[in-house]
Design a protein around this ligand. Structure first.
Ligand code: FES
Ligand SMILES: [Fe+2]
Length: 479
């Protein structure tokens, strides 16, 4: 079966053919239509604070060097040498004024320009043979950032990042801008799970329903005050622009009291008040909802939770950013960053990091619980029986499409988009509807950049010689 119209129509109605979670043809289509057109998170600016800092990140199979060049400008360069195509930078992160290819020694400045080409005049006759001037490592087709989060888009004509994110930026600020100083991040931890990339993205977008069951043990040991069944269903889900997430309902109180309830210090609360808009503060202070997990289409997620780190009732919040980097239809590389407000007190940063490690990250307790499910789901979706099963992802809707629980009004929920209290799969449906829309887009047409010449059309065919090799080419020369 392929992603024919029927599959996409079903998905748009909240009916999910089970094989989409482990299907090679669908994965190939996702690569060609989704990952070639959507804005994809690669790094946070705080990972490369100083000139020369870099990290190496992938978009599917493509490796990019994300640098802050010597002038302070952020760049993303395809990590492939312009000579014979070797991967230029082999380290995962560091600081360098230039990168030298290990194969034949071509070197590049940290803005991508070739600066060293061994034996340029002996081997190429200088500029007349190979135009070194103006040649750079291939830049990412499109690069933009929001609150320090750097995104790449493989489509040079893509809509702007802000247009793409749309109203989700309202919610993004809770995670990535808790003060004017923005975020700092640690990590990422990286690991691979034998699960399809969509499952984690869906789970973080809106699956409040799994918490009481999957994470029972975490509740039982008293690590987490909140995820009891009755608590979780009092929360609201929201969807706006390209993303959506879940919230917890907070006890009565003012904005300050509710921020304190989840563990923020008074000085952090003051800075948040100076940074967030009235509306952003109203969601917490008046409506009583605190953001929790979220996803942005296609493969970026966030967590905000507040476990107990020490004995006693005190909780401490942490933020995590994560990316579901697809490896294949049944394998995903997870990148997980700890994120914290850059101006938070050191003690807070230390304890918040502990809270993060305890819950998420490769050894986190929530992580262990979740992944077991996702691997199993992926395996089960591979066989022939899964092709006979269409899953019902219509939680929160009656058969005629009427909502089980009405949408929150603007007075009840001050954030943009669609918000609803209780268990539902609204956000999973939104995410998969976007998935269906992107799968219908035509594949991207790309152009290619010829190396070493300003005028590729002007290059003459290779001359015939009397040499041994040429005498066997029969007039056709390929390079
Ligand atoms: S492939 Fe990089 S210098 Fe030859
Ligand atoms: Fe979970």
């Amino acid at each position: 079966m392929t992603t024919d119209g029927r599959v996409l129509d079903e998905v748009r109605q909240g009916m999910i053919p089970a094989h989409i979670y482990n299907d090679r043809k669908i994965f190939e289509k996702e690569k060609a239509t989704i990952f070639s057109r959507a804005w994809l998170f690669v790094a946070h600016e705080s990972e490369i604070p100083s000139p020369g800092d870099y990290v190496v990140r992938r978009v599917l199979e493509d490796s990019f060097i994300i640098t802050r060049d010597s002038k302070g400008e952020i760049r993303a360069m395809f990590n492939m040498c312009l000579h014979r195509g070797m991967q230029v930078c082999r380290a995962e992160m560091g600081n360098a004024s230039n990168f030298r290819c290990p194969y034949h020694g071509w070197s590049y400045r940290n803005d991508g320009r070739i600066i060293g080409l061994p034996f340029h005049s002996d081997a190429y006759g200088g500029e007349a043979g190979f135009r070194k001037k103006g040649q750079t490592l291939l830049p990412a087709p499109n690069l933009a950032s929001y609150n320090g989060m750097i995104f790449i888009n493989m489509d040079p004509d893509a809509e702007s990042l802000e247009d793409y994110l749309g109203d989700f930026t309202f919610y993004l600020d809770y995670y990535t801008k808790q003060s004017a100083d923005g975020l700092e991040v640690r990590g990422p931890q990286r690991w691979r799970v034998k699960a399809n990339w969509k499952i984690g993205a869906e789970n973080f977008a809106g699956d409040m329903y799994h918490t009481p069951q999957t994470h029972t043990s975490v509740v039982e040991i008293g690590l987490f005050r909140e995820p009891k069944a009755e608590k979780r269903k009092d929360g609201a889900t929201y969807w706006a622009g390209k993303g959506g997430g879940t919230t917890y309902k907070l006890p009565d109180g003012s904005f300050d009291e509710r921020m304190r309830y989840v563990g923020y210090t008074d000085e952090m609360i003051e800075r948040a008040k100076a940074t967030w808009t009235d509306q952003q503060q109203q969601v917490i202070g008046e409506d009583g909802f605190m953001i929790s997990a979220a996803s942005v289409f296609p493969n970026l997620s966030f967590v905000h939770n507040w476990p107990k780190v020490e004995d006693g009732d005190d909780v401490l919040p942490f933020i995590s950013i994560r990316m579901w980097q697809p490896i294949s239809e049944n394998e995903t590389e997870v990148l997980s960053w700890f994120a914290v407000d850059a101006s938070a007190p050191e003690e807070y940063k230390k304890n918040s990091y502990k809270a993060y490690l305890m819950c998420f990250g490769s050894t986190g307790m929530f992580e262990q619980d979740d992944v077991e499910n996702w691997v199993s789901l992926t395996n089960t979706a591979a066989g022939s029986m899964a092709r006979r099963l269409t899953l019902n992802s219509r939680m929160g809707l009656l058969e005629d499409g009427a909502p089980v629980v009405p949408q929150l009004t603007g007075d009840e929920f001050h954030g943009p988009g669609f918000a609803q209290v209780g268990y539902n799969e609204h956000n999973q449906r939104e995410l998969l509807s976007l998935w269906a829309d992107y799968l219908e887009k035509p594949p991207l047409t790309t152009s290619s950049t010829a190396v070493g010449t300003d005028n590729p059309e002007g290059i003459r065919p290779l001359a015939q010689t009397n040499g041994h090799c040429a005498s066997h080419t029969n007039g056709t020369v390929t390079v």
